[in-house]
Write a protein that binds this ligand. Structure first.
Ligand code: FE
Length: 346
């Protein structure tokens, strides 16, 4: 039997590395680094480390129990949190079980491992928030099976995972490489890039009126992480395109645009469902415009034609996305992550 790790004096050269199908070169040697951008994402993501339980939920609990929220406000808060309780788990499972195996450049895997942990932190947040507020957990965790507008989005995503999970799935063939790209577009551009963003806007709007401060502080950290997941995902797609120009056919591009348009439609349905009457200076028309605005940004970054040309009705979202590590956007409390230096040894 051959050795699993081949004995050889042939060394890995950076220029031979590939994002996918790198197995022929080596999947274990991070160095020599070729994809420095992926390594940078990993370092930046680590610098943003945070944990949900560091954020106090005290004021949120008082507010939630005080009866200060109208029925419409409670509806949007619960729908958005209900969507999120299972959303990051779907992303994490797709990442770890379906995608990771096929992204074979160690630099990219290093970031994907960090991202997978962040998805777990986000799932933790969406457990911590409803539990702190005393929401009905059965109701929250089952929304993706029981609320049609949430089910439709998750069903759309989950379908993209099915083919990659088949035991015979591979990324050597033309079809296999296109399928992988299709999955990445579905999760990075649509799930993390569109579905998440309109929910962030709806939730963060409460923070702008000093409501649900703990929930909104966590949401800001999640948004900061997610804007990296999204950008890494799009950079990854572009890098695969560059190394595999044959798969970026005009037919595939048209399908990608159609898929993003389909995602926009599903998200508009969800926005209308969350905000049937409008509140907090938010109308579902503004949410529609925002969904289309972010969709155009994703299309643009992928080198695909913009479809909507709407204006961003929430310029404050961009400020939050640029949030520095030291500062909370709504208050100015410093939330510095405790590093190993504070550990005490007996
Ligand atoms: Fe994510």
């Amino acid at each position: 039997m051959e050795n699993v790790i081949e004995m050889t004096t042939r060394r890995v050269r950076a220029e031979d590395k590939r994002i996918i199908n790198n197995k022929a070169v080596d999947v274990n040697q991070l160095v020599p680094i070729k994809y420095t951008w992926a390594w940078e994402y990993y370092l930046d993501a680590c610098a943003n480390h945070w944990m949900p339980q560091e954020v106090s939920m005290q004021r949120d609990i008082e507010q939630w129990k005080s009866g200060m929220f109208t029925e419409d406000e409670e509806r949007v808060i619960k729908r958005v949190l209900g969507f999120f309780t299972t959303a990051d788990t779907l992303v994490a499972n797709n990442l770890v079980l379906a995608v990771y195996k096929h992204i074979s450049a160690p630099e990219c895997r290093q970031y994907l491992l960090r991202q997978a942990f962040e998805e777990a932190i986000h799932t933790h947040s969406y457990q911590y928030i409803p539990q702190s507020l005393g929401m009905d957990e059965g109701e929250m965790y089952n929304m993706y099976r029981e609320v049609p507008s949430i089910h439709a989005k998750d069903e759309f995503e989950a379908r993209l995972t099915v083919d990659l999970l088949r035991p015979d799935f591979e990324t050597e063939s033309f079809e296999g490489r296109q399928k992988l790209l299709d999955n990445l577009i579905g999760y990075s551009a649509i799930m993390e890039g569109i579905f998440f963003y309109s929910s962030f806007v709806m939730l963060l709007s409460f923070g702008r009126t000093n409501r649900l401060p703990g929930t909104c502080e966590q949401t800001q950290y999640i948004l900061r992480d997610e804007s990296m997941h999204l950008n890494f995902g799009l950079d990854l797609i572009n890098a695969i395109k560059e190394e595999n120009p044959d798969i970026w056919t005009s037919e595939f591009r048209e399908q990608a645009v159609a898929k993003i348009r389909q995602g926009v439609k599903l998200e508009i349905q969800f926005g209308t469902d969350c905000l049937p009457n409008g509140l907090l200076g938010l109308t579902h028309q503004m949410i529609d415009d925002y969904i289309k605005y972010v969709a155009d940004r994703r299309l643009e970054k992928l080198g695909l034609p913009k479809q909507y040309e709407t204006r961003n009705p929430f310029p404050w979202m961009s400020e939050i996305i640029d949030l520095r590590k030291e500062k909370n956007f709504f208050e100015t409390r410093v939330t510095e992550y405790r590093t190993g230096g504070t550990l005490e040894w007996d």
